[in-house]
Structures are given as structure tokens and as C-alpha cells.
Write a protein that binds this ligand. Structure first.
Ligand SMILES: Nc1ncnc2c1ncn2[C@@H]1O[C@H](COP(=O)(O)OP(=O)(O)OP(=O)(O)O)[C@@H](O)[C@H]1O
Length: 262
């Protein structure tokens, strides 16, 4: 399944955020979307999945205009993990994940055995099995974020769109979630995620799209697009590059180094 946007203008009523943006997400491909705060990443994601109407331009899923698909068809095709937020109702973790199955169920139908199996598998995959019965209001922010990812996976979508999926996660869980995202790509899903960490994009994504003030300023394979110069231009701030020897990994560091402390 392919998601494509052509010459998209997007934004809110009376407040355009971005223009002239074209982007394609193909099966088996992991794409990272990077850019400064307020640059339009979340607005673009919401537009791509049909939560916000485009101001101009078109979005298609396998060639069909997205607005011609019923919300249920869209929900089956694309899993969406919004940016982490605090307040929610005291559903159990399992029930929250089961809600990802809504697009597969009949109206008001109780979850089927298949729904429960998909939810259980998604919980186990993210290491949340032991938390299944806990209210989502009584788990940590990071655990809630993992539960939201499990909910999107329980949906068994063909494409997954994630807004800062590792924002509140500890170092170990960042690695676990990114490995999971990589695995989704390897399993043939198209994955689009936003991140503020170019190292994460470089390590786990195939392609990167850079947006600034709602306009694309770079797109292509991560090794080509993510350079010191492109990141300094993207964020308008100095970036240092470390490593990069023959067998050494390269990493980007924000800012300039502190003066020697010795
Ligand atoms: N509901 C809204 N109504 C009107 N304007 C909004 C709304 N939400 C966000 N904006 C504005 O749209 C612009 C883009 O915001 P958006 O959240 O898409 O940026 P972002 O790149 O995701 O930022 P961040 O990295 O800080 O999450 C900003 O100027 C923001 O103030």
C-alpha cells in the first residue's frame, strides 16, 4: 500500500502551515520526518492520515483519494500514534490496546477471540504483558507511549504513522521501540515517524524528509540527506559531528562543545 501526497498545502482554518509538499511512503520503507519545533511536522502527519483536510493538493492511498475512503477503511490501512499526552480515562492497558481493533469490529460488537489475540500479541511485542490489567492512568508516561504503539499495532495496519514515538522513553525503551519500528518496515509496512534526533533517523530510517516552516528543504536516503551542513541549516544552530573513522559510527551532537574542564 502506498501513501502519496502531491503539492500539498496544509494547516488550520485561517492558518496555513506548509505548502508545496510532495511525499510518498512505500511498503517496507521507514521514513523519518525532521524539522524545528513548530515547523509543521504534526500538522503534516494529521493531514496525511486524513484527520485534517488539505488546503490544496491531494493525498492518495494506492491511487484512491483519501477523502473518498470511509474513516473505517482509512483506520484499517493506517495506524496512527499521536504525540504522548497525559490525561486519559482509566481504561486498562488491555482495553486501550483493544480499541485499536475498532476498525475491524462490527458496531457495538464485543471483541472477538481474534481481536483479543491481536491485542495480546501487540502487548507482548512491546513487553507490556504484565501491565495488561493496570489502568492507563496508573502507568508511567513511557509505558503509556508503548501502550499507544501497541494499540496501533493491534490494528494490524499496512502503514504506521508515529509522532515522536520515543519522546518520553528511557534509553533502553528508545532502542526497543526503534527496533520495533525497523521490524515493521522489514515486515513490509510503510512507516513514517517524526523525531528530533537525527542520529535516530540515521540509524533506523531508510529515508529522511526535512521540513522547515512547512516547506521541504531536503529529502532522500539518510546518509545523503543528514549531514552537518543540512542539519545546521535545518535548525539554524551549530551541530558537531563525532566519530566517522573507517569502522567508527558517526554521530551528530547539537551545539558547540563546552570549553575544556581540566
Ligand atoms: N490546532 C491548531 N490550530 C492552529 N494552529 C496550530 C494548531 N496546532 C498547531 N498550530 C500551529 O501550526 C504550526 C505547526 O505546528 P506543528 O505542531 O505541526 O509543528 P511541529 O513541527 O510538529 O512542532 P514540534 O516539533 O514542536 O512538535 C505552529 O505554528 C503551531 O503553532
Amino acid at each position: 500500500m502506498m501513501l502519496a501526497a502531491e503539492e500539498l498545502s496544509f494547516g488550520y482554518r485561517g492558518r496555513p502551515v506548509g505548502t508545496g509538499l510532495s511525499l510518498a511512503l512505500r511498503p517496507g520503507e521507514v521514513v523519518a520526518l525532521l524539522g524545528p519545533n513548530g515547523g509543521g511536522k504534526t500538522t503534516l502527519l494529521k493531514t496525511l492520515i486524513g484527520l485534517l483536510p488539505p488546503i490544496a493538493g491531494g493525498i492518495t492511498l494506492d491511487g484512491t483519494a483519501i477523502e473518498r475512503l470511509a474513516p473505517r477503511e482509512r483506520a484499517r490501512a493506517i495506524g496512527y500514534v499521536p504525540q504522548a499526552h497525559g490525561g486519559s480515562f482509566a481504561f486498562s492497558v488491555l482495553d486501550a490496546v483493544l480499541m485499536g481493533r475498532t476498525a475491524h469490529q462490527g458496531l457495538f460488537a464485543a471483541p472477538s477471540r481474534r481481536d483479543r489475540a491481536a491485542a495480546g500479541a501487540a502487548l507482548d511485542r512491546l513487553g507490556l504483558g504484565a501491565l495488561a490489567a493496570r489502568p492507563v492512568t496508573e502507568i508511567s508516561g513511557g509505558e503509556r507511549q508503548l501502550a499507544m504503539i501497541a494499540r496501533a499495532l493491534a490494528q494490524e495496519p499496512r502503514l504506521v504513522v508515529l509522532d515522536e514515538p520515543t519522546a518520553s522513553l528511557d534509553f533502553g525503551n528508545q532502542g526497543r521501540v526503534m527496533a520495533e519500528i525497523r521490524a515493521l518496515g522489514a515486515a513490509g509496512l510503510g512507516v513514517l515517524f517524526t523525531t528530533h534526533d537525527p542520529n535516530q533517523a540515521r540509524r533506523f530510517a531508510d529515508r529522511a524528509v526535512l521540513i522547515r516552516a512547512g516547506r521541504e528543504v531536503g529529502a532522500g536516503p539518510v546518509d545523503r540527506v543528514l549531514t552537518r551542513a543540512s542539519l545546521e541549516a535545518l535548525y539554524g544552530a551549530p551541530v558537531e559531528i563525532v566519530g566517522g573513522g573507517a569502522s567508527e559510527p558517526t554521530a551528530f551532537l547539537p551545539g558547540t562543545p563546552a570549553p575544556s574542564r581540566s
